[in-house]
Design a protein around this ligand. Sequence first.
Ligand code: CO
Length: 217
Amino acid sequence: MSSLQDLFTHNRAWAAQMERERPGFFTALTKQQKPKFMWIGCSDSRVPANQITGLEPGEVFVHRNVANIVVHSDLNALSAIQFAVEMLKVEHIMVVGHYGCGGVMAALHGERIGLADNWIRHIQDVRDRHRGLLENMAPDKRADALVDLNVIEQVVNVCVSTVMVDAWAKGQKVSIHGWAFGVHDGLLQDLQMSVASTDSIEPLYRAAIQGVIAART
Ligand code: CO
C-alpha cells in the first residue's frame, strides 16, 4: 500500500520519464486537449479509464460516478457531456459498467448503504423495469445481467439528453457506446449498443436487451 509520500515520488519519476522519452510532451499538452473519446464510468478504483484502454493524458475525457449513472437532472454529468460534445467535439462516448460493481449489487439485493441509496435507486429502477427478464435467469447470472442492463439504460439516457438530441440534429458525428469491464480478467466487453442517431436508439436498445438475455440465459 502506497503512502502519500510515495505518490509524489512516483509522480516525479513518471514526469521525468515522460519528458526523457518524449521531450516536449507536457508543453504540447498545455496548448490544448483534443480527445476523441469520452468515458463515463464507475468511480470504482479497479476501473481506471486510461490504463485499461492504453490512452495517454489528453486522449480521453472522463466522468466517473458511483455505478456509471447518467441522470437527466444531474448537472455534473450533463455539463461534462456538453463540454465533451460541444467544445471538445469528441467522436465517441462510452458508458462503461463493470462486473462486481458494488452499486449494482446493492441495487439488486435492495441493500441499504446510506445516503447513496438515493443514487442507487436509479439502478433499482432499471432492475424493476427488467424484473421479468432477471427472474428468468439463474440467480448467479443476475448481477452481471444488471450491470449490462444498467449500461444499456444509461446509454439511452445519454442519447436522449438535450446535448445529444441537439448535436445529432445538427449532423454532428458522435456515437454512444455501451461497454462492460471484467475486473476478474481485465477485459472490456462490447454490449453491442452503439448509437449514432436519434432514430436508431429504439431498435438498438431492443437488440441489446435481447443480447443480454441470450448471453445470460
Ligand atoms: Co462500480
